[in-house]
Design a protein around this ligand. Sequence first.
Ligand SMILES: C[S@@+](CC[C@H](N)C(=O)[O-])C[C@H]1O[C@@H](n2cnc3c(N)ncnc32)[C@H](O)[C@@H]1O
Length: 228
Amino acid sequence: MSNINFDPKKVAHYEDISRKAVFGYDQLFTMVLSLLVENQNETTNVLVVGCGTGMELTTFGKHMQNWQLTGVDPSQEMIRIAKANINDHGLNNRVTLYNGFVDSLPEEEKYDAATLIFVLRFIADDRKKLSLFKDIAKRLRTGAKLVLVDQYGDPSSEYFQEMFKAWGYFMKHSGVPSELAINIAAQATDKSLFTESGIIELLSEAGFTKATRFYNSFMHGGWVVQKI
Ligand SMILES: C[S@@+](CC[C@H](N)C(=O)[O-])C[C@H]1O[C@@H](n2cnc3c(N)ncnc32)[C@H](O)[C@@H]1O
């Protein structure tokens, strides 16, 4: 068993707050699965890294009857909620959950696709980001896609400052309590932020190519890459 700590009260509200703080939060998961579908009727093994409360697992499982899903997350509390959500959606027979980090998964099992959604901001250090990308790459078949979504940007740029300000107003008008919005925004400018060129370089070092940005809202970006 592994654990990184999350306040259980905050975890329970996580999805609600995310819906208000991230433009298109629910649809984003449908967008991600649409990017990963290769053949609608084929069995596809998908690895969901940092599965949290199970948003990817339940969305993918509901729409894609032939997908087998594996969720991994180091937080016991997140895994506990994900388990309950998967149960509620009747997806127990197609979802496997691991409480731990990607490097604890066997390397023999090769996945057809992977996702890493809103996880990188918990990993400040570039070497640790690279080592996570490498751990994922080792578990993917050649040609498999990885989808990555997170906050990004260069806080010293004018563009970032403009987007950051607008995002603050967006959260306010979407109903995020102001104190919480300040906390969320403060976290977003900490040192875990990456630039687009920086993250593409790390992904390429880890064995991924063909980076394409498919989503952008304020300071959130989404990319799809392919394992070489
Ligand atoms: C903000 S939540 C996102 C959950 C889900 N992907 C979503 O978008 O709803 C981030 C998750 O990443 C997990 N996490 C943090 N560090 C991680 C790591 N090194 N490897 C895998 N998951 C990690 C956390 O435990 C947390 O559940």
